[in-house]
Write a protein that binds this ligand. Structure first.
Ligand code: 5RP
Length: 271
């Protein structure tokens, strides 16, 4: 096995670089976007968010004791509790109130801040928390930025579905140009489909790289052709309407003010 001057193998070097990038991004995002006056904070899921919570906890109880943290699933709940932060489920956020900010990771981020999320199968609750927040801060390591969604994250767009609807959803995905969409399986040694925190299944649906919503010339082409080439927002609108689809892992970068319930647009992506 080849090793570098540091004594690490290339794989270990890469892992170290990625972890350091996640950590740096997380600390910077918290420094820039967690105002000490904030009271309600959304916490996403995944390995990058571990560093977000670490950075928040490092601020100490003087800053964090007046804050309430809203999770996006079981992993995030445990993270918040283990860090000694105050936890509350999102259904306890009264109607008419918003989170001050939500931090979360992503699987891929394009240059317009459109995101693919759901690699950890938590996308439904992630979207609920993201859209409940005034600001959504995406924290991602350097590998995640790509010119178009679908270039670096090749596994496909995660789609949370009612299990009984899965075969019909797969049919529709193939019809609209997804290449080999698949039901996500459980961890090795665990038979069958992965089951989400909400009792649903995940379908991963790869599409050719997605275009931007404001490219008129290509929009015409896409509207006319059943060639499987989609704009982010067009595809999102179509996917969410398929019967049996609960939520999709496409997070639109379009202006958050258009989303009545909150700012779904990431205000920043950190790498
Ligand atoms: C989970 C997610 C995660 O934010 C995404 O998968 C990124 O995870 P990681 O920080 O481990 O790379 O959307 O559903």
């Amino acid at each position: 096995m080849s090793t570098s001057q540091s004594g690490l193998s290339p794989e270990e070097e890469l892992l170290k670089r990625v972890e350091s990038s996640k950590r740096k991004a997380a600390y910077k995002a918290v420094k820039d976007y967690l105002d000490p006056s904030y009271k309600r904070i959304g916490i996403g899921s995944g390995s990058t968010v571990v560093y977000v919570v670490e950075a928040i906890a490092a601020l100490g109880p003087d800053v964090t004791s007046g804050m309430i943290f809203y999770p996006t699933g079981a992993q995030s709940e445990e993270l918040i509790e283990t860090a000694g932060l105050t936890l509350q489920p999102i259904n306890k956020l009264p109607s008419g109130q918003q989170l001050d900010v939500a931090f979360d990771g992503a699987d891929e981020v394009d240059t317009r801040l459109n995101l693919i999320k759901g690699g950890g199968a938590c996308l439904w609750q992630e979207k609920i928390v993201a859209t409940a927040a005034k600001k959504f801060v995406c924290v991602a390591d350097y590998r995640k930025l790509s010119p178009r969604l679908g270039i670096s994250w090749r596994k496909g767009i995660p789609i949370e579905v009612l299990p009984m609807a899965a075969p019909r959803v797969l049919d529709e995905l193939k019809r609209i140009g997804s290449e080999n969409p698949k039901i996500r399986l459980g961890l090795p040694g665990k038979a069958g489909a992965i089951v989400t925190d909400n009792g649903m299944w995940i379908i991963d649906a790869p599409f050719p790289p997605l275009m931007f919503p404001d490219d008129d010339e290509k929009r015409e082409r896409v509207q006319n052709a059943a060639n499987g080439v989609w704009f982010v927002d067009d595809l999102a609108d179509h996917l969410i309407k398929i019967p049996g689809v609960a939520e999709i892992g496409l997070f639109s970068g379009k202006n958050g003010q258009e989303v009545a319930t909150g700012a779904q647009k990431p205000v920043a992506a950190y790498f």
